[in-house]
Design a protein around this ligand. Structure first.
Ligand code: NAP
Length: 460
């Protein structure tokens, strides 16, 4: 696949890039390794100055960066601006808190004196997706730079200008050469790089296929990996929910980021007592959604990230219908150029149909009607994925009890799954392993070194 900016609003090629040669990649890895020997000796305070500077540059260039995001992957401009601010917040969060998170941890062993010292491990390799071009990179790079590691990022091939812009921010902030390097290479070449002895760990956010490829290579070479993969989050509406509020959040949960969110609400599970009311109101709201140019402030749903993504989701809908599902709303692509898909609701989905088990990465909601709370939990857990989920109920204790029984990495009550710097993010099952963000996110690529001192008077 070539590395190109293609505007999904028009499907026109805007700019093409040559991939880096193997020689150039080798030089970049060598520079990251050499930068590590110095960066590991810097203090938390020095590292924080750099990250705060990158964060403030991001805020200064908010409009420019958001325009690039929208151009390359079709996110609504206002949401792209929100992503820039969220990314800057993540950089500031780790710059401010890393010293506290990584301070020595004193132990009380039966004999002697001991503590844990958190040390960096070296050059890390991040493989990132296009759906949140700045945020995904921020949550990988910020904690690791604060630890003292150095970073190589292979960004998705459809957002090359975003990838380059992030590297430029680090350069402008005065980062030493090799601290943060953008690798313009295709996914095809990414896994092979994991074998390089100079790379000590790898983190991938993306599809199961890419995750399995990277993790296999990491396993073969005995390296730590973190995987943030897909999801098919359940959005459970119980009979005591505030239905109007649930409907509003359902629309946001499904359509945010044009539906291309790993933690988007994808499976709407309503208990019998309120199922008709919820579905009718959800359908009303989705049918009124304005589809169009993501730069137009009136637009509520932009294009998918690429023509291939639109073709894929339309194909999933067609296959679902062929297998017996019913289209309650939408189901087709609008008559206009660009990678668009209309808001869609599918019902009558049964186990065994492809759509029951797959992730729907776009504005297509699966709707299920179940008898009661227990049936809702059972259906929510009947998925290969385990990323996020949501429960709507006025009874918070009940919500927590339901959340406890859902087999995912995150469950939100009365809100779709969402993210912020100080909340951990990650999944179970085929959604991956490891955590990003919060204190947990700084714990993945760090050597928790035990230092133990014996008293000279200790017996043999
Ligand atoms: P993808 O194809 O796996 O792409 C993600 C990254 O992996 C890109 O940089 C891609 O490079 C690279 N890649 C592709 N094939 C590879 C391979 N065989 N070996 C190594 N790297 C490879 O994913 P996508 O379909 O674009 O992204 C959407 C998926 O990501 C969805 O499933 C979504 O749920 C998931 N996601 C998860 C999270 C999370 O935090 N859990 C967050 C966001 C997205 P190229 O672009 O060059 O192919």
């Amino acid at each position: 696949m070539s590395i190109q900016t293609v505007n999904p609003n028009t499907n026109k090629v805007v700019k093409s890039f040559d991939e880096m040669s193997d020689k150039a990649v080798d030089a970049a890895v060598a520079q990251a390794e050499s930068a590590y020997t110095e960066w590991r000796k810097t203090s938390y305070e020095q590292r924080a100055v750099l990250l705060h500077k990158v964060a403030s540059l991001m805020r200064e260039k908010k409009e420019q960066l958001a325009t690039l995001i929208t151009l390359e992957m079709g996110k609504l401009f206002a949401q792209a601006e929100g992503e820039v601010i969220l990314s800057a917040d993540i950089l500031d969060y780790y710059a401010t808190n890393a010293k506290k998170f990584l301070g020595d941890k004193h132990l009380n062993p039966e004999h002697g004196k001991a503590f844990i010292r958190h040390s960096p491990i070296g050059v890390l390799f991040g493989v990132e997706p296009w759906n949140f071009p700045l945020y995904q990179v921020a949550r990988f790079a910020a904690p690791n730079i604060m630890i003292g590691n150095t970073i190589l990022v292979k960004h998705a091939s459809i957002v090359p200008q975003c990838g380059i812009a992030i590297e430029d921010l680090f350069k402008e902030a005065g980062a030493p050469a090799g601290l943060y390097t953008n690798l313009l290479i295709s996914g095809r070449r990414a896994s092979a790089l994991v074998a390089d002895d100079r790379i000590k760990g790898v983190s991938l956010t993306g599809s199961e296929e890419a995750g399995a490829s990277i993790a296999a290579e990491a396993g073969k070479h005995l390296k730590k990996s973190v995987l943030e993969l897909g999801g098919s989050d359940a959005f459970i509406i119980l009979e005591d929910a505030d239905i109007d509020k649930a409907v509003e959040w359902a629309v946001v949960g499904r359509l945010n980021n044009n539906g291309e969110c790993c933690v988007a609400a994808k499976r709407f599970i309503a208990v019998e007592a309120i199922a008709d009311e919820f579905l009718a109101k959800f359908k009303d709201k989705l049918s009124a959604i304005i589809v169009g140019d993501p730069m137009d402030p009136k637009t509520e749903l932009g294009p998918l990230s690429s023509e291939a993504a639109a073709v894929q989701i339309e194909g999933q809908v067609n296959k679902a219908v062929a297998e017996g599902a019913t289209v309650v709303l939408g189901g087709k692509r609008p008559e206009r150029p660009g990678a668009f898909m209309n808001p869609t609701i599918l019902t009558d989905i049964k186990p065994g149909m492809a759509v029951y088990h797959e992730e729907l990465f776009g504005p297509v909601a699966s709707f299920y009607r179940v008898k009661d709370e227990q049936a809702a939990i059972k259906l929510a857990n009947d998925s290969p994925f385990g990323l996020g989920g949501a429960v709507f109920t006025k009874d918070v204790k009940r919500g927590e009890h339901v959340a406890d029984q859902i087999d995912t990495g995150m469950v939100f009550i009365n809100h779709p799954t969402w993210t912020q710097a100080d909340l951990p993010f990650g999944g179970t099952k085929r959604s991956g392993y490891g955590r990003e963000l919060s204190e947990l996110g700084i714990d993945e690529f760090v050597n928790k070194k035990l230092i133990r001192t014996s008293a000279l008077s200790d017996p043999f």
